[in-house]
Design a binder for this molecule. Structure first.
Ligand SMILES: NC(=O)c1ccc[n+]([C@@H]2O[C@H](COP(=O)([O-])OP(=O)(O)OC[C@H]3O[C@@H](n4cnc5c(N)ncnc54)[C@H](OP(=O)(O)O)[C@@H]3O)[C@@H](O)[C@H]2O)c1
Length: 326
């Protein structure tokens, strides 16, 4: 049976923060979580847009100003969450840019890596201690089919230079989405090693005709994009299902990666997704982690590992696999 919103358990009493909740997939994710009873923090760079979404969604929500292109803004936003809430059940790292007009973040990072990965890396690190003791808590990080075109390694030079992005903007977006996946998996390893109550899960929405596609595409690519979206895309409410399943399905284990089932994973019900070999490379995950700590200045504090070994490995009911997260 296809997983749908009808499978979402009651979310009453849970506090969820969704980045990029002002439109597209994030707005749908926030809408459904609120409809299921969660208190949803709509983290948006444009507070006015966030308030409009809040009144459209109804339920229990609040708007949090968050510009992932500014580490100062990320720190302020994390501080506000800390002041208002003693804990966090769900963090959905959803916001992203693709080929925006500006090339750098306020901190001088290449804009795709800066907003899509480094901003979320910093936000998660600053909020994680509100989650690690909370049973059932989850960090969901939204990646993309485009992680496969994220070629080239991560380095300080590349993170600070926009020249690579200007020459190959789609690759720069893809690299940021590869970073999302490397991060989500390495986070899961570290959470599991520390015996934390939180798990890290990744998801991708397939393709959806959201604001993401209003970016500054090279003219030669536009007809391909239009035709591709017409054939492959699904509406934002369907595109939000992988994130929603990752956030709420108790059967989904830490380290999983979910995406749509059909048409090359572009649309359909959320199921375990495929991913590139490099996204599963443990050494690449660690290198990106170290670089991200250095660039953002946010160093993760994990709870001390428990003295006893964790529970034995179990067969995952979703993937059917036994064993460790790659
Ligand atoms: N749509 C697709 O086909 C597709 C395919 C693969 C993966 N994805 C992934 O799905 C996720 C959601 O994308 P979407 O399709 O819903 O795109 P979208 O409609 O463009 O929404 C992106 C959201 O991110 C927010 N955002 C952008 N820059 C930000 C910043 N500096 N700080 C805080 N928020 C910022 C936007 O806020 P504003 O309203 O202020 O612009 C918006 O709310 C992204 O991670 C994307 O990579 C989408």
């Amino acid at each position: 049976m296809n997983w749908s919103v009808a499978h979402i358990p009651d979310q009453a009493g849970r506090i969820a923060l969704v980045t990029g909740a002002s439109g597209g997939v994030g707005r749908e994710t926030a809408r459904v979580l609120a409809a299921r009873g969660a208190h949803v923090v709509l983290a948006c760079r444009n507070a006015e847009r966030g308030r409009a979404v809040a009144s459209w969604i109804g339920g229990s929500t609040e708007v949090l100003e968050l510009d992932l292109a500014s580490l100062d803004s990320v720190r302020r936003a994390a501080g506000r969450v800390r002041d208002r809430h003693g804990r966090l059940d769900l963090l959905v790292n959803n916001a992203a840019v693709m080929l925006p007009p500006h090339r750098h973040t306020h901190d001088g990072f290449e804009v795709h890596l800066g907003v899509n990965h480094l901003g979320h890396f910093a936000l998660t690190g600053l909020l994680l201690d509100l989650m690690t003791g909370v049973a059932g808590s989850r960090v969901v990080t939204v990646s993309s089919l485009a992680h496969r075109v994220g070629l080239g390694s991560f380095s300080t030079d590349r993170a600070r230079s926009a020249s690579g992005a200007a020459a190959a903007p789609v690759t720069a977006y893809g690299r940021s989405k590869l970073a999302n996946l490397l991060f989500a998996r390495q986070l899961q390893h570290r959470l599991a090693a520390a015996g934390a109550a939180t798990v890290s899960i990744a998801a991708h929405p397939g393709l959806s005709p959201t604001g993401l596609w209003h970016g500054d595409f090279p003219a030669a690519l536009r007809p391909v994009v239009t035709a591709g979206l017409r054939w492959l895309a699904q509406p934002a409410d369907a595109a939000a299902l992988p994130s929603l399943r990752a956030a709420t399905d108790p059967q989904v284990p830490g380290g999983a990666y979910l995406g749509p089932a059909r048409r090359f994973e572009s649309r359909g019900a959320p199921v375990p997704a495929s991913s590139s070999r490099v996204s599963r490379d443990r050494a690449a995950q660690v290198r990106l982690w170290d670089l991200s700590e250095e660039l953002t200045g946010v160093r993760y504090a994990f709870p001390a590992a428990p003295a006893t070994a964790g529970p034995p490995a179990q067969v995952c009911p979703v993937t059917g696999r036994t064993g460790r997260t790659p």
